[in-house]
Write a protein that binds this ligand. Sequence first.
Ligand SMILES: C[S@@+](CC[C@H](N)C(=O)[O-])C[C@H]1O[C@@H](n2cnc3c(N)ncnc32)[C@H](O)[C@@H]1O
Length: 475
Amino acid sequence: MSPTPWPYYPVFMRLRGERVLLVGGGEVAVRKLRLLLRAGARPALVAAQLHDEVRQLCAEGAVHHIGEHFTPLQLAGARLVIAATSDAELNQRVAAAAQQAGVPVNVVDDAALSSFVTPSVVDRAPLLVAISTGGAAPVLARRLRERIEAWLPTGYGRLAAFMHRWRETVYTRLDGAARRALWERFLDSRAVERVLSGDEATAERDLQQMIEGRHPGGEVYLVGAGPGDPDLLTFKALRLMQQCDVVLYDRLISPQVLDLVRRDAQRIFVGKARSRHSLPQEEINAELVRLAKAGLRVLRLKGGDPFIFGRGGEEIDTLMAHGIPFQVVPGITAASGCAAYAGIPLTHRDYAQTCIFITGHARKDGQLNLPWDQLARRGQTVVVYMGLSTLPQIAARLIEHGLPSDWPAAMIEQGTSPEQRVVVGTLGTLPQAVAATGFSAASLLIVGEVVRLRERLAWYGGAGGESIARAVSPS
Ligand SMILES: C[S@@+](CC[C@H](N)C(=O)[O-])C[C@H]1O[C@@H](n2cnc3c(N)ncnc32)[C@H](O)[C@@H]1O
């Protein structure tokens, strides 16, 4: 079967300093003018009525308004012609005159009259991605453009510019096949992320080393994977997950999130259950250093946000001490994720003007050393991480320090996941209700009047959520 013929031949055209004739002065013309000016063209405009923005561009001298009515003489010296009027007869005349003069013409939204069409563009200049369906389905092209927009890091233009700057040097130092191999290695190396994060000095050193046949070191990505729902990953988290050589992850990382890590990356579980540390923190730190020094791109994937009860600071401290480059990617912390999916706003004009995050992790002697006076206050929300086993103690202390026993509180287990479960109660009743429900996975406690709002705002089911959500109802 022969391939489908192309409706148009794709080209990128240099228009810097070139005259382009645009007929029409309305909103469509504004869009065309913006693009032409991005390409450095000298637009000559024919229109009887001018949109405000077009008038402004003419006043600034960026666009030359050469007349109100189209005549074929205006085509002289034009590299392209664009007809962007709502007058079909005029568009037809412009197209016919341009065809006759041998000047490529585009009639907006009329592929039959056009000798060229303008694609949808993803702009990462100097990198441009152009998408065209040859006029067959412009909405499809726009959809595709939106997808590519979301997927293509904004810094890719900087990357293209960086490679352009080094092209000449690489050209003089290496020959054909070696050159290509070098750029392939470069694009697989940490240098790309260095450029994207603005650290071009390290990227240049790396590239220099690669040109000399040496292998630059690796780097570490300390990435927050959010509370569980893979859709809550950031673009950057996903990008780094898909390009690492090895991943170190802990218990909070959901299988669905781990599934998105590059298939052939080595996976190392470093655990961390409350009382069972698979790898002590010092060993995790040392492992990160060892792997990065071996030249690998190491992903340290952490639940929630790495800087919120995540010991991310300690890990990068060690990396810093060893001179290993790293990036930190924030994630949605359990407090935001669980609160949102449980329908409990953390602050609210009427109920809470402050929000405090604390850890309910007990000391070795089982005691909690927390600033109870600061926590037992009205008008604020207290979010307790790692407070499942100490919930009875927390509730009792808050009551002792002045909160009423019918003060609203909720416990959310495996928030944002399909298994999310929520128990709502009061400081007096929640410990028993949670024990009766048998929570054992990652659970987050929210204390404060905002919990009442769940009654109205709960929107996310989760598999087991709603069946027990109202084990005890706050008044
Ligand atoms: C060591 S802390 C890590 C917090 C993490 N860095 C963050 O920003 O969310 C672990 C605690 O976070 C809370 N947590 C994390 N993910 C959770 C989830 N999906 N549902 C409920 N609680 C969660 C639990 O309180 C858990 O014991």
